[in-house]
Design a protein around this ligand. Structure first.
Ligand code: ATP
Ligand code: MG
Length: 197
């Protein structure tokens, strides 16, 4: 069995996240990709992160039609911000003997050196980094210590220039977000008045 984990803030989830999950899932023959929003993320302080319950609900709505992607509330339910190393231990306990594939964009994995127990992280999973517009795979050469870099598998994916930041800004400005994220997420954002300021 092979289980993928796609972690993130997902504030909100968007079509690039969903495509990355589907694409890596198919190409690496994963049985399931857990789409797991974090609780209160230790790495994001620049703006007020939306309540975990909203972010989780949007993930649930977004993956509702997928037979591969599944929303996972482990980090949202955790009493403290969960580090990736803890999440990997939890998922390994849940799926004994499974191979765990941790999926990140190249921007996110560039910071792996500052994660908790990074050597343990790359020991507990296969770390896969996918392309993202504006970030070159070669940037990792300078950003990531060699012993960690050697454990990261690079996977070229079609680059989709969508970010959650762009979606939040567009909502605040009254610009359309349809086709950047699933219709159910667009509706949820509107109904709950998210990102208006
Ligand atoms: P924000 O703008 O708030 O940082 P984001 O769009 O970067 O949002 P995150 O929740 O920060 O989304 O990212 C979750 C994971 O998805 C990270 O591993 C990130 O690298 C990856 N990711 C996000 N957007 C893309 C994209 N357009 N292409 C490839 N990977 C992406
Ligand atoms: Mg991000």
């Amino acid at each position: 069995m092979r289980i993928g984990i796609l972690g993130g803030t997902f504030d909100p989830i968007h079509n690039a996240h969903l495509f990355v999950g589907e694409d890596v899932g198919a190409r690496m023959a994963l049985d399931c990709v857990l789409v797991m929003p974090n609780g209160s993320p230790p790495h994001k302080k620049a703006y007020e992160v939306t309540a975990p319950e909203h972010r989780l609900r949007m993930v649930e709505l977004a993956v509702a039609g997928s037979s591969l992607l599944a929303a996972d509330d482990f980090e949202v339910r955790a009493p403290r911000p969960s580090y990736t190393v803890n999440t990997l231990r939890e998922v390994r306990t849940r799926y004994p003997g499974a191979e765990i594939v941790f999926i990140t964009g190249v921007d996110a994995v560039a910071e792996i050196g500052s994660w908790r127990e990074p050597e343990e992280v790359v020991r507990l999973c296969r770390m896969v980094a996918v392309s993202r517009p504006g970030y070159a795979m070669s940037d990792l050469e300078t950003a990531v210590p060699r012993h960690l870099l050697d454990r990261i598998e690079m996977l070229q994916t079609p680059e989709i220039a969508i970010s959650s930041t762009e979606i939040r800004l567009r909502v605040a400005r009254g610009l359309p977000i349809r086709y950047l994220t699933p219709d159910a997420v667009v509706a949820y954002i509107r109904e709950n008045g998210l990102y208006r300021t």
